[in-house]
Ligand binder design. Structure first.
Ligand code: 8X3
Length: 258
């Protein structure tokens, strides 16, 4: 896609799932990528795969977005050619546990709040000023969730973090209204990735049950929307997109084949 040619796109949490699918589609559209993840080996593997397939520049970096100091250092020390970031995809995020609030694990809440909310804030705080400095038509694309629109049983803290993503997106859109920067919040419903395996602390059976009897979205469905929003003309801001499988009306309302 001509509009994305040579644009620099930063994608957090790109070692798999939605992040990796976005990386592939941006690369296919001619963009250059900075992709980060907590495990450098995994994200480097994704980078090698994409470089070979699309002959584009990809910089793979180790980053835990929960670590404010690491986020700041990483952005401050980007190689010269990579400093002019056009598009930030705040994708790093996770769900942990499905306990009732009063029975839940504070460590699970911390992982979700620190990644989904604080990590997204740290990266945005660091990158948006550089978009302004470099005078680019910047774009911040946040991966929210239907969970941020309506809560569901067992999702109290996860839903709260995604509601925060919605309001951070809305607030940031106001903060940058006098600049060329666009802000998009994409709110997917059920997407079959590693998401549920992580939520259930590695229990594959429990994860499989989530998607049994329904055809869930796949990571590529979300990447299509991310790249669509990013390639809209500069005067068009896709503020929010909610996308669910056909048999999911919203968070907790799902029709499953018996
Ligand atoms: C994930 C959406 O419906 O699995 O963000 O909670 S859902």
């Amino acid at each position: 896609m001509k509009i994305l040619k040579d644009k620099i796109v930063f994608i957090s949490g790109a070692s798999g799932g939605i992040g990796k699918a976005c990386a592939e589609l941006f690369a296919k559209s001619g963009a250059k990528l900075i992709i980060s993840a907590r495990t450098v080996e995994k994200v480097q593997e994704v980078a090698n795969e994409i470089k070979e397939k699309y002959q584009t520049d990809v910089l793979a970096l180790q980053l835990d977005v929960q670590d404010k100091k690491a986020v700041n250092e990483l952005i401050d020390t980007l190689p010269l050619d990579w400093q002019k970031i056009d598009i930030l995809v705040n994708n790093a995020g996770l769900a942990r546990g499905m306990d009732k609030l009063h029975e839940g694990e504070p460590e699970d809440w911390e992982a979700m709040i620190d990644t989904n909310v604080k990590g997204l804030l740290y990266l945005t705080r660091k990158i948006v000023p550089r978009m302004l400095e470099h005078n680019v038509n910047g774009h911040v694309i946040n991966i929210g969730s239907t969970a941020g629109i309506i809560a569901y049983p067992g999702g109290t803290v996860y839903c709260a973090t995604k509601a925060a993503v919605k309001f951070i997106s809305d607030g940031l859109r106001m903060d940058v209204v006098d600049t060329p920067i666009r802000v998009t919040n994409i709110q997917p419903g059920m997407v079959e990735t590693n998401f549920s395996v992580v939520r259930f602390h590695g229990n594959q059976q429990k994860a499989d049950n989530v998607y049994e009897g329904i055809e869930p979205l796949v990571a590529e469905d979300i990447a299509d929307i991310v790249v669509y929003a990013a390639s809209a003309p500069a005067h068009v801001q896709i503020c929010e997109v909610t996308v669910t499988p056909t048999h999911q009306a919203t968070g907790g309302i799902v029709h499953k084949e018996k």
